[in-house]
Design a protein around this ligand. Structure first.
Ligand code: OGA
Ligand code: NI
Length: 352
């Protein structure tokens, strides 16, 4: 039987290659339809996502105050920055420096890892899903997947970044565990209940995104509007701004704090909380001057886990389930083949 998959075709050219070779204007393949361009009129510079100080999260005296702030951030924004999170700035800096080295290598070196598969343990890709997209995103990504019992891209990483990568993921994974527990604790649910009912988050995907400068940022997006699919995302943004978060009709510009992480709730958390905590749409805009590099870590359940609203958070009469039980692996598959349903459209897959 012959199989002609995307992987058998000639690799698609990354946006870094095009920009490095000299681009006077945005190629048509990257020009978004007018309604989907990042118009300055809808962007808000005077609001900010909340900042949560994590110092004291493990101390009984301060935990409840931090949980209250966290709960408000989750309910009102679904997005926040964390400071005093326990990860040393050197760990972040070392991975950023190593990843820069990866992206600065000649194309042939980077392309040794080329794969557009969402399941590759290590993959170097462009845009999101070029075989389906009419318009591409202005980014290339080096990604690492860990499917417990199946593959661990962090073990197979290129030598140029392997050691700092492993140190970084160990720290961020610990932080993810602390935050995930705190997020559900903030709903006032009993510890024992959570222990029995809350799915674990062993599945990790890291995407190191590279957004080259762009001749006309008004025509295109680094990453088009989407919500994240897993439970929780921990992002190391660049000092170069670019991330915007939807708040009603406006896009709020995220102003990164040095050495902080940006955290957002993803779709499975919205489902588990029956919509009380939201997975919010966000996007990345480009700029004419500087490349931007972000490190996004997505934490989710094992693929066979069935995700449904937690029984303690629903009530057949007053708060009926808004989402049906959905296998996480099926949810992800729908996302990777249908992400063009932006504006949180992927959540429709699990809606009642
Ligand atoms: C993502 C994402 C934001 C950024 O990778 O899903 O939203 O700033 N990234 O790169
Ligand atoms: Ni995202």
């Amino acid at each position: 039987m012959s199989s002609l998959s995307v992987e058998n075709l000639a690799p698609v050219v990354g946006i870094k290659e095009m920009v490095d070779n000299g681009l006077a204007q945005v190629p048509l393949l990257y020009v978004r339809p007018v309604h989907d361009r990042p118009s300055a009129a809808s962007v808000s510079d005077d609001q900010q996502i909340p900042v949560i100080d994590m110092a004291g999260i493990d101390s009984p005296n301060s935990r409840s105050k931090i949980l209250a702030e966290l709960g408000r951030a989750c309910e009102n924004w679904g997005f926040f920055q964390v400071i005093n999170h326990g990860i040393h700035p050197h760990v972040i800096e070392n991975l950023r420096a190593a990843a820069q080295k990866f992206f600065q290598q000649p194309s042939e070196e980077r392309m040794r890892y080329h794969s557009q598969s969402f399941r590759a343990s290590v993959g170097y890709s462009t845009s999101f899903n070029p075989s389906l997209e009419k318009v591409r995103d202005w980014r290339d990504t080096l990604s690492f997947n860990r499917f417990p019992g199946e593959c661990d891209g962090f073990q197979e990483a290129p030598d140029i970044c392997k050691q700092p990568l492993q140190e970084y993921i160990a720290g961020v994974e610990k932080l993810a565990g602390t935050l995930y527990k705190a997020i559900f604790d903030s709903l006032g649910l009993d510890d024992k209940y959570l222990e029995a009912a809350l799915p674990g988050i062993p599945r990790v995907l890291m995407g190191i995104n590279y957004y080259p400068p762009c001749p006309d940022p008004s025509l295109t997006l680094g990453l088009s509007g989407h919500s994240d699919v897993s439970c929780l995302t921990i992002l190391q943004p660049d000092e170069v701004p670019g991330l915007q978060v939807r708040k009603g009709a406006t896009w709020v510009v995220v102003k990164p704090i040095k050495d902080a992480f940006v955290v957002n709730l993803a779709d499975q958390t919205e489902i588990l909380t029956n919509g009380r905590y939201k997975s919010i749409e966000h996007r990345v805009v480009t700029n004419t001057e500087k490349p931007r590099m972000s490190i996004a870590c997505f934490f989710g359940p094992a693929e066979d886990t069935i995700i449904a609203p937690l029984s303690e958070l629903i009530d057949e009469k007053t708060n009926p389930p808004r989402y049906k039980p959905t296998r996480f692996g099926d949810y992800v598959k729908n996302f990777t083949t249908n992400r063009l349903l932006s504006n949180r459209g992927t959540l429709d897959f699990a809606r009642v």
